[in-house]
Every structure is written in C-alpha cells, then in structure tokens.
Design a protein around this ligand. Structure first.
Ligand SMILES: NC(=O)c1ccc[n+]([C@@H]2O[C@H](COP(=O)([O-])OP(=O)(O)OC[C@H]3O[C@@H](n4cnc5c(N)ncnc54)[C@H](OP(=O)(O)O)[C@@H]3O)[C@@H](O)[C@H]2O)c1
Length: 352
C-alpha cells in the first residue's frame, strides 16, 4: 500500500475548509498534516468544527509560517479555501517554498483567483490586481466532468453557482442542443456567502424568505461563459439571476434555451445521460431533481423538460461539496492519479 499524500488546507476556519476536513477525514490517500488559520492558530480544530472527530479534531490550527515549515521533499497536496484576492499570493508563497524544498506540490484552489487565464479579465471582474500573474499558466479551471485531462499541474475550481450552471450549459453547447442564448435562475443556501454574517445572510432575513440579488450582474456569469468557451469552443450569452434561498446549503439552477429543431425531450434526456455516462457523480433523472437528494454529497442531479420549442435543464448540487470542497477533492484525486471517486462516494444526507 502506498503512503498517504501529506495535505495542507488554507483558509482553515471557513465553511469550505470545514467541508474539506470532513471529506479528508475519510480519504484513503490524503492525510491532513496542517490546517492554516491566522485567527485561530494554536486553537483546536474541533473547537471550530465540532462535527469533526478523532485526531484531526484534537489537532490545532497553525500559522502560515508553521504551514510553510511542513513542506519537505516528496509529494504534497495543497487546498486553498482562502478568500479571492488573498489566495493567489498565498498559494504563490507555498509554490515558491515547495520548489526550494524539493516538494512536489499540487494545488487546488477553490477561490476565484485561478479561474481566469487572463489577469486583465480577472481584474475587470474582481476590481483588484491579480496576486500571482506568473502562476496563471500553470492552472486550469473547469468542472472535472468537462475536462478529462489536463497537462497543467494546478487547478482553479469553478465557483458553486458556476459549477451548477456549467453542468447544464456545457452539454447544451457541446451537443448542439440549444441556441447560445441561455437564461438561468439559481437559488443558493446561506453557506454560499461564507461564515462572516452580513445583512443578506442573517437568519431573520433568510429564514422563510426568497429574494433575487445582483440580477444579470453576478460575478459567476463571465466565469461560466469563459469556461464554457474553453471546454466546448462555443461562447454562450448567459442571462443569470441568482436568488438567496431559505436554507443553509444547496443550489438549484433552472436553465432555459431555445431548442434546436432536431431535438425532443426524450432525445435530450438520453443525450445528456450518454454525455455524463462516464461521470460517477452525475445522474440524469426522469423526474425534477431535489436539493435534499444531493445535500452533503458530491453528486449532481439533472432534470430535463421540453415543450418542443424550448429546453429546460434543472440542476441541483451541494454548494459546499460538489460546488467547492468535493469538486476540489475530485480534482486532487485526478491530479495525483487516484480513483476520481476516492473519499467521495457517501450518498446525500437527505433529511437535513
Ligand atoms: N461557501 C461556498 O459555498 C463556496 C463555494 C465555492 C467557492 N467558495 C470560495 O471558497 C473560499 C472559502 O469560502 P468560505 O465560504 O469557506 O469562506 P469563509 O467561511 O468566509 O472562510 C474563509 C476563510 O479564509 C480565511 N482568511 C480570511 N482572510 C484571509 C487572508 N487574507 N489570507 C488567508 N486566509 C484568510 C479565514 O480564516 P482565518 O481568518 O482563520 O485564517 C476564513 O475562515 C472563498 O474564496 C469562496 O469564494 C465558497
């Protein structure tokens, strides 16, 4: 049996990091050796994440300096769940130190910092300079299901809304099912905004409530268009209206487009099932998919409806798992040559 790959998680006290640690607890090939948090350094990880058990819960968060000190000769997996804007420079420090230490580092970053190949586009979308332009050519960004191989050593994971949108947009474009005008609405749970409370995520605002935000102006829209173009060769026009839902986790996306004349609902269903047939986490349903059927899991359920003129694809994922931590572990598995499903096959919780 080969030794587990030492693994470090950055952005350690956040919701995505918590999910990474939960998934990595049961991972057969990745072993967490360090979790970075400047705010909680020296404090037990289990105090922030009481759901974790065993040695990992008893271990303590460490500073950046302590984490850099863990880099040694040999392979290392680095997940960054730091905020965009901070992640790129942080990851650059680890890659630089890894080179000096003879450490063969593989990075999966769940922030937005490595989702764009072009620093100018990143700066236009995020309104700040990129923190590690020199690293952009060593990263690629896509949902793992849409990019079977890459020669890039590192991955920028698409955002949570972007993941759900791409699961629909990519087959629509690649299989020439629909016109390139895509109309989508999506509803996300409150964990999508991270752990720091804000007016839009505060419990009295979210509970029993539903409202749109940033209609037609969400940052994930250009990301989806860019990634869709890079994996299909087609650049769709995406009109996306995100909504805040009255639940903690999960995303439901409804995407509509004009159907090309040769297609029927049954034919689209079968074509999607075929398109995703080698993808262990994607299930094309015969009924409308439901968020509770994927919560806590890395699965994505897709539903199809058509009236002969328009096509509707319904997509559900867990924003923290398939949309972030689970997708990141899936990519790390691939990059390190493990089974794509390692540590990720637990079914959904269902009755949360
Ligand atoms: N939430 C989601 O559903 C979701 C989905 C996809 C992608 N993402 C992305 O994943 C990342 C983490 O999201 P999250 O929801 O877990 O956020 P979060 O709950 O706000 O946590 C972010 C963590 O990053 C750390 N941090 C803050 N400032 C930092 C800095 N300057 N340098 C290094 N670390 C810093 C903080 O830990 P310490 O202060 O303790 O160090 C904090 O716990 C973000 O980039 C987000 O956009 C989130």
């Amino acid at each position: 049996m080969t030794a587990a790959i030492p693994t470090i998680v950055l952005g350690g006290t956040g919701y995505v990091a918590g999910e990474l640690l939960r998934l990595l607890t049961g991972h057969p090939h990745l072993e967490v050796i360090g979790v970075m948090s400047e705010s909680e350094a020296g404090q037990p990880i289990g105090a922030t994440f009481p759901n974790l058990q065993g040695g990992l819960a008893q271990a303590c968060f460490g500073t950046k300096l302590q984490m850099l000190g863990l880099l040694q000769t040999g392979p290392l997996a680095l997940f960054s769940a730091a905020p965009h804007g901070a992640s790129a420079a942080l990851v650059a420090e680890f890659i630089t130190r890894a080179k000096k230490s003879g450490c063969d580092i593989t990075v999966v970053d769940v922030s937005a910092d490595f989702r764009y190949a072009d620093a100018a586009v990143y700066e236009a979308v995020y309104g700040q300079p990129h923190g590690a332009v020199e690293l952009l050519s060593s990263f690629t960004s896509a949902v793992p299901e849409h990019l079977p191989d890459t020669d890039r050593p590192h991955i920028g994971h698409p955002g949570c809304f972007a993941t759900a949108l791409l699961m629909a947009a990519v087959p629509l474009m690649k299989l020439d099912i629909a016109d390139s005008d895509l109309y989508a609405s999506g509803i996300t749970g409150s964990t999508g905004s991270g752990k720091t409370p804000a007016a839009g995520t505060h419990h009295p605002e979210r509970h029993s409530n539903l409202f749109a935000y940033k209609p037609l102006a969400h940052r994930h829209s250009p990301e989806v268009v860019n990634i869709c173009k890079s994996v299909t060769g087609h650049r769709p026009a995406l009109r996306f209206v995100p909504h805040s839902g009255p639940f903690a986790r999960g995303i439901h996306v409804t995407m509509q487009a004009r159907l090309k004349s040769k297609w029927t609902e049954d034919a689209v269903h079968d074509a999607l099932a075929d398109f995703y047939s080698d993808c262990p986490f994607v299930i094309v349903k015969d009924v409308a998919p439901r968020i509770k059927d994927v919560i806590g899991s890395n699965y994505c359920h897709i539903g199809v409806a058509s009236d002969g003129e328009s096509i509707v694809l319904l997509v559900v994922i867990d924003n923290l798992v398939k949309g972030a931590a689970g997708g990141a572990v899936q990519w790390m598995n691939r990059q390190l040559g493990f089974a794509e499903t390692a540590g990720l096959l637990s079914p959904a919780i269902a009755w949360t």
